[in-house]
Design a protein around this ligand. Structure first.
Ligand SMILES: NC(=O)c1ccc[n+]([C@@H]2O[C@H](COP(=O)([O-])OP(=O)(O)OC[C@H]3O[C@@H](n4cnc5c(N)ncnc54)[C@H](O)[C@@H]3O)[C@@H](O)[C@H]2O)c1
Length: 263
């Protein structure tokens, strides 16, 4: 025991680590990529929106970090396999995967078509499953005690407003994916955790197809802490799980919702 204080900077130092952030062309993903880069990680910005991914990576590089854009349609197995192996080849390994990409299409239960259900399942659940599987294969093969962080939603635990049956079913699947993958990968020192955002205004959320949300619902969305969430609030929670100081934390859900679910 010495009197030396813990080095907080070391507990959050990601130097020499390679991170993939899916859906990092905009919204929360872009901010998560910026936070990981600020902590020293080399970041693969993987997105279906190639120009957006290029721009997000360029902004990281201009800010003094290291970012690189990759094509990804996570609903397609080949695309996930190709992206993960390209990152490993180009960047020299894989230490952190943030499964952030998702779509937020809404529809009330009775109008939810099989096509909408299947689209949400393919992008929001099959995609993250494929990314976890491919990352686990690489991390295990390389002996990397890696970190996987899945972006779920507070709505996976409790209904928030109408129109989110199919979407929240995918996010509940993310929670089960998180805990089961954490169980299977623990022996290799790989942690798997989830961040569950509350309402966080982003480009994608504003654009999401679905019935209009009425004024009363919007008022109800203001959480007890008195402001909406920001992408930075979510990125900070992701950084906690990714950082060296969290090496003994796995299979956990961190709800970042300003107290919304606690009313
Ligand atoms: N914004 C919120 O209030 C909120 C709340 C809870 C959970 N979430 C979840 O957080 C994550 C990010 O949300 P956001 O609001 O930043 O969304 P966003 O739409 O702003 O960003 C999502 C990104 O994912 C990309 N993407 C979409 N489909 C893809 C695919 N098939 N393959 C690869 N990339 C794809 C998009 O191009 C975009 O860059 C999502 O998983 C979302 O479900 C958001």
């Amino acid at each position: 025991m010495t009197n030396e204080l813990p080095r907080i900077d070391k507990l959050y130092d990601l130097s020499g680590q390679v991170a993939i952030v899916t859906g990092a062309a905009e919204g929360m993903g872009r901010e998560i990529a910026r936070y990981l880069a600020a902590a020293g990680a080399d970041v693969a910005v993987a997105d279906i929106n190639r120009p957006g991914a290029e721009q997000a990576a360029a902004e990281i590089n201009e800010g003094g970090g290291r970012g690189r854009a990759y094509d990804l349609d996570q609903s397609k197995e080949d695309s996930v396999v190709d992206m993960v192996s390209a990152v490993r080849r180009d960047m020299g390994g894989l230490h952190i995967l943030v499964n952030n990409a998702g779509i937020q299409d809404r529809e009330v239960l009775e109008n939810t078509s099989v096509a909408l259900w299947d689209k949400l399942q393919a992008v929001n659940l099959r995609g993250p499953f494929l990314c976890v599987r491919e990352a686990a294969r690489v991390m295990r093969a390389d002996g990397t005690r890696g970190r996987i962080i899945n972006i779920s939603s507070m709505g996976s635990l409790h209904p928030i407003f109408e129109g989110l049956v199919a979407y929240n079913a995918t996010k509940a699947g993310i929670n089960a994916l998180t805990r089961n993958a954490a169980f299977e990968l623990a022996a290799d020192g790989i942690t798997v955790n989830a961040v569950l955002p509350g309402a966080t205004p982003t480009e994608g959320q504003a654009r999401a197809p679905g019935p209009p949300v009425d004024e009363e619902t919007i008022r109800h969305m203001m959480p007890p802490l008195g402001r909406a969430g920001t992408p930075g609030d979510i990125a900070n929670a992701v950084l906690f799980f990714a950082a060296p100081g969290a090496s003994h934390v796995t299979a956990q859900f961190l709800v970042v919702d300003g107290g919304h679910l606690n009313r």
